[in-house]
Every structure is written in C-alpha cells, then in structure tokens.
Design a protein around this ligand. Structure first.
Ligand code: DAU
Length: 359
C-alpha cells in the first residue's frame, strides 16, 4: 500500500453530479468524515434532487451550486475561486433504458460534459501553484458496463478491453478514453474508477431495486426483463463512496481501479431477496414476490457483469463492508420510511412506466 496518502479532507473537494444518488452519498460521507470544504455541483436534471443533500445543506463547510458541466466558462470561474484539491466527477446520465430511448442526451451529458470538465480542470491545473499541482487529483467515476457483457464465468479486470454495448456505456467509455488522454497528453492527475451496480437510499426509482419497491408498495406488478437470468454484482453506495475517497487519498495518477461488491445475483434472485425483505418489514401476509411479472427483454441486454476488485483491495486497502442481506434490508427499511420522497417523483417526474423498448 502507498504510505504517502494525501489528506483528502484538508483541501476543497468539488463533486459533480452531487445531487444524484451516488454523488450525494459521497458528499454526505465527506462531510461526515470531517472534510474541510465540499462544493456540490449539479445541473438538477430530472434525476438530480437537492433533497438528497438536506443532511449537509446547513453545514458551513458545504456549498451547492447549480451548474451543468458542459458550461466550461462557469467551471473555469468556479475552479479559480474554489481552488479544488480534488474533483470527483460523477455528473452523468446513467439509465441504460433511457439511453435506448434517446442516445444523444447521453453523448452530450457524459462525453461532451466530461470533455468540458477536463478542459476546465486542465486550465486550472496548468496555472496552479506548485503545491496546488502536487496535491491535485481528478477522480473520473465510471461504470463496469464499459467492459461489455460476460458469459457465466470470469470477471472484469483493469486489463479487460472496452466493449460497450449500449448508448449509455458507449458514452461513458468515450468519456473514460478522454479522461485517460488528459493524463497521458497533458499530465492531468486523473484516476478512473469502474463500479458495479449500486444500491442504497435515494436511488432514482427508474432503477431495478427502487422501481421494484415503489411499484410493489403501490400493489403494481414488478417487471422482470427476459427470463430474469441476467446477473449483476451489487455494491452498497456507501462502500462505493468510501472507495472513491480511498482512490483520491491513495490512488496513483493514471491508474484505473475496479470497484465491486462481490454480490453476484441473477435479477430473479435479487427480486426474491428484496421482496422477501419487504414481506418481513410490512404488516399483513401479502407475498410481494407474487407481483413479479416477466416482460419482454431490454434490447441488447448485457447478460452478466462481475468485477475483480483485487487491485483496489491490495493496493489501496479498500474492501466492501456492507453485507448484502443487511444492506438490502436497510435499503427496504429506508424506502418504507421515505415514501414521500419516491412519491414526490412518481407523482410527476417519472411515473414508474416501462422505458427503453427502442420505439
Ligand atoms: O453496472 C453498473 C451500472 O448499473 C451503472 O453504470 C448504471 O448506471 C446502472 O443503471 C446499472 O445498470 P443496469 O442496467 O444493470 O441497472 P438497472 O437497474 O436498469 O437494471 C438492473 C438489471 O435489472 C438489468 O439486468 C435489467 C433488469 N431490469 C431492470 C429494470 C429497470 C429488470 O429486470 N426490470 C426492470 O424494470
């Protein structure tokens, strides 16, 4: 392990996509762990929600600014004023089904957005003092989906070739190539992470876990794509946030780190566990698993993702700490206790309908 860890908490951290599911978990964690200053940046598109930042909103160490990362001029001004030691880049369009319905928005937000952010970071970095430059890190947060789809065995590693298969993963892969190019060409201290499927509080209800919970609580069917045999590796969002902080503190510029939960489940198994937990936590004898309904498959549906997290475990000392069954139970309990949050979305912004049939 690298003993010369930076103190991530002593400089200013800028987090893009900070009002999103993973970005907000990272901001809450940074503040809870004693960060001196965190600047949350978010465009507040349909999936962004400042309610996720309520826990830190009144903290004097936290500032929120509404800003689209494609606005390079505004970013340049922000960096000149805030002088970040770390930029965590999480701003993205992330839902595969929406990328099937409209690829262009993904190229814009993910690829063009990342390019503009990198460019603003480069101009800040190149004019910074020697000590600012020595301490600066850019963490580009990406997905395991850039590596494509696995058969029933094996796992992605940092050496796996990119093979994106959805407009979403293609837009992220393009952004990741750009981030790597800024390291190699301009010397920007970029590190890239690729994580598996996240779960936990405040996930937007278009994704499998919150969609299933929100629909089941409304007594609606729970759609399971294809035959339910597709496999995902589930990572608690707080473990992901810890991994990103660890990368910023101890990672080596130019390196790539894969982050997985080590919890591979077929979608059928996942829904069984999730809806059984819902049965346990709700009164009455309804079996919510009866609501599971097979529906037509997602076009180009990747069969399986699995991540070998050996590098970040060995080199940076990170390990997932949330046991899967416990994390799922806590997540179900959170959605039960926070129904007004999902209601505020399903009443208007997203009505829990099927997306991504490519029509
Ligand atoms: O692997 C990391 C990726 O995980 C992230 O980069 C993405 O942003 C994130 O959305 C997630 O992608 P998935 O496509 O795996 O997530 P989603 O929740 O959409 O679907 C999980 C699995 O469940 C997938 O195999 C499709 C299936 N599914 C999904 C929905 C929404 C269903 O069976 N029924 C559904 O209604």
């Amino acid at each position: 392990m690298n003993d010369t860890a930076r103190s991530e908490y002593s400089g200013t951290a800028v987090v893009t996509g900070a009002a999103g599911f993973i970005g907000s978990a990272l901001v809450r964690r940074l503040i809870a762990q004693g960060a001196t200053r965190v600047v949350s940046v978010d465009a507040l598109s349909y999936a962004g929600d400042v309610a996720r930042l309520a826990a830190v909103a009144d903290d004097p160490r936290h500032r929120f600014i509404e800003l689209d990362v494609r606005d390079q001029g505004a970013l340049t001004e922000l960096f000149a004023a805030e002088r970040p030691a770390t930029i965590y880049h999480l701003a993205a369009e992330t839902h595969v089904d929406r990328s099937i319905d409209g690829p262009e928005a993904f190229l814009q937000a993910n690829t063009v957005g990342t390019l503009r952010l990198l460019e603003a970071a480069r101009s800040y970095y190149s004019a910074a003092s020697d000590s600012e430059r020595a301490g600066f890190r850019f963490v580009d947060v990406s997905t395991d989906e850039v590596y494509g789809s696995l058969g029933s065995t094996g796992a992605f590693t940092e050496a796996s070739p990119f093979d994106p298969r959805s407009p979403y993963s293609a837009s992220k892969a393009a952004a990741d190539h750009m981030a790597a190019a800024y390291f190699h060409t301009f010397g920007l201290p970029v590190m890239i992470t690729h994580a598996s499927n996240n779960y936990g509080p405040f996930q937007f209800p278009e994704k499998l876990i919150p969609l299933a919970l929100t629909r089941a609580l409304a007594g609606a069917t729970v759609p399971l794509y294809g035959d339910g045999g597709n496999v995902r590796d589930w990572l608690h969002v707080d473990d992901h946030a810890d991994a990103l902080i660890r990368v910023a503190q101890r990672g080596a510029p130019g390196e790539v780190y894969l982050v997985g939960g080590g919890n591979e489940r077929s979608n059928r198994e996942l829904l069984d566990t999730l809806l059984s937990a819902l049965n346990d936590l709700t009164p009455g004898d309804i079996d919510h698993r009866d609501l599971i309904t097979l529906v037509s498959d997602r076009p180009g549906h990747d069969f399986r993702y699995a991540v070998d997290s050996g590098k970040i475990e060995r080199e940076l000392g990170w390990r997932p700490s949330v046991p899967f069954e416990k994390g799922i139970k806590a997540t179900v309990a959170w959605y039960l206790a926070n129904r007004q949050w999902t209601d505020s979305i399903s009443d208007g912004r997203y009505r829990l309908e099927r997306l991504g049939q490519g029509r």
